[in-house]
Design a protein around this ligand. Structure first.
Ligand SMILES: Cc1cc2nc3c(=O)[nH]c(=O)nc-3n(C[C@H](O)[C@H](O)[C@H](O)COP(=O)(O)O)c2cc1C
Length: 192
């Protein structure tokens, strides 16, 4: 199939979908949450996680103050919560109260852990570097919260137990089709 080539990059969302998570912070008796789709594992040893946050976000101010953040992975049933915290500003409203967000106690930090999250990471800030209009925030994962039974014996998400929330762009959310799972081991497929 021929591809349309262009030097007009614009807002490049062609690489979506991406997992939509909720970034949580707490500082000065204030807590806040925002949706994030631009996030990634960076290193296993030490366990580092990165997220691109626009410096104008209220969340970023609290993150800089506390030097801690949480990354909460949400089931598709909680996609509306992701859209709510991604569509509102914490400077104006207390999102936890307005959207009735239930939290659980963290283990090693003071970041809010969302009760609806199937997995959540507590991170301590190790670096933050500005790239263009976002800051690449790097944290060391110091605690992991995981609902019992959501992972298979291989450590992958058990899609019979949980459907992750993915962001398609343009305010559309999707989840995965568990019938599409294929096991393609890299030894076999790397050598064929
Ligand atoms: C699905 C989704 C993903 C988003 N991903 C990011 C992101 O990765 N980085 C970012 O800075 N903003 C992202 N946003 C925007 C923020 O979540 C949004 O601006 C939010 O209102 C910021 O809240 P705050 O001002 O209380 O921090 C995303 C929004 C949505 C809906």
């Amino acid at each position: 199939m021929p591809k349309i080539k262009s030097e007009e990059v614009g807002a490049f969302f062609q690489h979506y979908p991406k997992v939509a998570a909720v970034l949580t912070v707490s500082a000065r008796d204030k807590r806040n949450a925002m949706a994030v789709a631009w996030h990634s594992t960076i290193s296993f040893k030490p366990p580092l996680y990165g997220v691109a946050v626009a410096p104008k976000r209220f969340t970023y101010q609290l993150l800089l103050e506390s030097k801690e953040f949480g990354i909460n992975f949400m089931p598709f049933e909680a996609a509306e919560l992701v859209a709510s915290v991604g569509g509102s500003g914490g400077k104006e409203i207390e999102k936890f109260i307005k959207f009735g967000i239930a939290e659980e106690k963290p283990l090693k930090t003071s970041v809010p852990i969302l009760q609806d999250a199937y997995v959540a990471y507590e991170c301590k800030l190790v670096d933050n570097k500005t790239y263009g209009d976002h800051v690449w925030v790097v944290g060391e994962i110091v605690a992991v919260h995981c609902i019992d039974g959501v992972l298979t014996s291989k450590g992958t998400l058990d899609l019979n137990r949980v459907s992750p929330t993915l962001y398609l762009g343009a305010e559309f959310y999707i989840t995965v089709d568990r019938k599409s799972v294929r096991l393609l081991d890299r030894d076999t497929y790397g050598r064929r």
